[in-house]
Design a protein around this ligand. Structure first.
Ligand code: GDP
Length: 196
């Protein structure tokens, strides 16, 4: 599916966020989880830069997405990857201070797409993020990335373990490489964008 994607701006403080308008979808995950690759596959264009140096982007990058028929107009917010650093009181010690207020207070934020790597064991900071989003009453969907690296059996096993350890009812398997799960993820995004 081809979408029109337009880079809006890169914000490093709350004062720089775009004026709230159409529904927003935020993309979150640890550095190197495959967030840029997934974003590029989702929009069918090179929107996000696939980094060779994990964790370098410290800004929220906003993109306007215009879809085909039935696809509502939306803004995608690409959040900085949270890190390998030890847990602090904050969700991640490596997150800039304006990220948590964005997630907590942004009125137009319709959906958080949270990414975990299907090949990597569950991490405490992922779990902590989901608990925090639940506490905020945010709608979120968790997708497990890079499932193309796993055989069918491994995939089923890893997803079941991740679900259990992260306390989730559902994880969507996705691959930026093969396109697996992308249509389903788009369905969730479109639903949220339509206010459902
Ligand atoms: P980010 O730091 O979360 O934005 O992650 P990137 O999109 O830059 O990807 C991190 C690394 O994982 C890169 O080496 C990508 O080529 C690789 N990667 C990302 N998505 C996939 C995927 O779906 N399948 C496989 N096999 N590798 C992936």
């Amino acid at each position: 599916m081809q979408h029109t994607v337009q880079f809006l701006l890169s914000a490093v403080s709350a004062a720089q966020f775009p004026a709230p308008g159409v529904p927003e979808v935020a993309f979150l995950g640890r550095s190197n989880v495959g967030k840029s690759s997934l974003l590029n596959t989702l929009v069918g264009a090179r929107a996000a830069k696939v980094s060779s140096t994990p964790g370098r982007t410290r800004a929220i990058n906003f993109f306007a997405i215009a879809g085909e028929r039935r696809m509502p107009k939306m803004v995608f917010a690409d959040l900085p990857g949270y890190g390998y650093a030890k847990i602090s009181k904050s969700i991640s010690a490596t997150w800039p201070a304006f990220i948590e207020p964005y997630l907590a207070e942004r009125g137009t934020l319709a959906l958080c797409v949270c990414l975990v790597d299907a090949n990597v064991p569950a991490r405490a900071n992922d779990r902590q993020l989901f608990e925090w989003l639940r506490g905020l009453d945010r709608t979120f969907v968790v997708a497990a990335t890079k499932v193309d690296r796993l055989s069918g059996n491994q995939r089923t096993r890893n997803l079941a373990v991740l679900k259990r350890e992260l306390g989730l009812e559902e994880i969507l398997p996705v691959s930026a490489k093969t396109g697996d799960g992308i249509a389903e993820l788009w369905r969730r995004i479109a639903k949220a964008g339509a206010g459902e």
